[in-house]
Write a protein that binds this ligand. Structure first.
Ligand SMILES: C[S@@+](CC[C@H](N)C(=O)[O-])C[C@H]1O[C@@H](n2cnc3c(N)ncnc32)[C@H](O)[C@@H]1O
Length: 251
């Protein structure tokens, strides 16, 4: 698409407000983002853990927003990039950004809870900045593992609470009360009202909890390049894990 700078600026304003600060033909979509040049300034801390050449690979970007990570994956040559999000306004931004960039990326309205409908596994799943927006975070991880994760997952969650991680015992006695106040025990903090003025922040884990949830859902942690970011690979679930859902085990 060949648009003048003023046409791009007009459309960017029409489609706003933006969460991703993209550079579309010299027009910044969210220059006053409260986190700075977001997410570019975050991405530079972990860009190196994602394979530089994605030719022959497929990518699913869950909660793609305006498509920053989808665009980065396409720039690395991924054969197929599918971005999904539940918000029509963000999807419209993503489609416009891909058009301006001339990037062949598919964007679809789909909730993470419905990834099973895709009927396809992807070499790389991106699940960044979504977990704490969900009322059912472990269900989402289980569904991703069961239906769409084919190899790697790039994961990020906001974390709050103590960042220490203590090794976990296989079991604890019923009378062990202190455990739950230990600094490095996994904790998921429930937000009943608001955190950061955002009604969609529901569950905010500490670091130990993020890592425990990833393992529990059947992912092994390969790298932890930045406080909130993990590169994971699919792994088997524990033989003695008996989740209520899903009924079956991932292949
Ligand atoms: C904080 S933004 C993160 C955007 C991007 N992944 C990133 O890391 O910059 C959260 C995104 O998740 C999307 N989202 C929230 N709940 C979702 C759901 N149930 N299924 C799919 N996307 C969801 C929101 O619409 C929003 O675009």
């Amino acid at each position: 698409m060949s648009l003048s700078t003023s046409q791009i600026r007009e459309k960017v304003e029409q489609l706003g407000p933006w969460f991703h600060n993209l550079d579309l033909g010299g027009v910044a979509t969210a220059p006053d983002h409260f986190l700075g040049d977001y997410p570019r300034m975050k991405w530079k801390h972990f860009a190196a853990v994602v394979p530089a050449d994605l030719h022959g690979k497929t990518v699913l970007d869950i909660g793609c927003n305006a498509g920053f990570y989808s665009l980065e994956m396409k720039r690395r040559g991924a054969d197929r990039v599918l971005g999904i999000d539940f918000d029509d306004a963000y999807l419209a931004q993503a489609r416009f950004a891909a058009e301006v960039e001339g990037a062949d990326i598919e964007f679809r309205k789909l909730s993470v809870y419905d990834v099973g409908a895709l009927g396809e596994r992807f070499d790389i799943v991106i699940f960044m900045g979504v977990l704490y927006h969900l009322r059912h975070p472990l269900l989402a991880l289980d569904l991703i593992r069961e239906h769409v994760a084919g190899d790697l997952m790039l994961f990020q969650s906001m974390q709050r609470g103590n960042p220490e991680v203590e090794p976990l015992e296989e079991n604890y006695p019923f009378w062990n009360y202190e455990l739950f106040d230990a600094r490095g025990f996994p904790k998921l903090h429930f937000i009943e009202n608001r955190y950061s003025d955002d009604p969609t922040n529901w569950w905010i884990p500490n670091r130990a909890c993020v890592e425990a949830m990833l393992r529990s859902a059947g992912f092994s942690i390969l790298q932890h390049p930045e406080d909130e970011v993990y590169l994971c690979r699919i792994a088997g679930q524990r033989a003695d894990a008996h989740p209520v859902y899903p009924m079956g085990r991932p292949a």
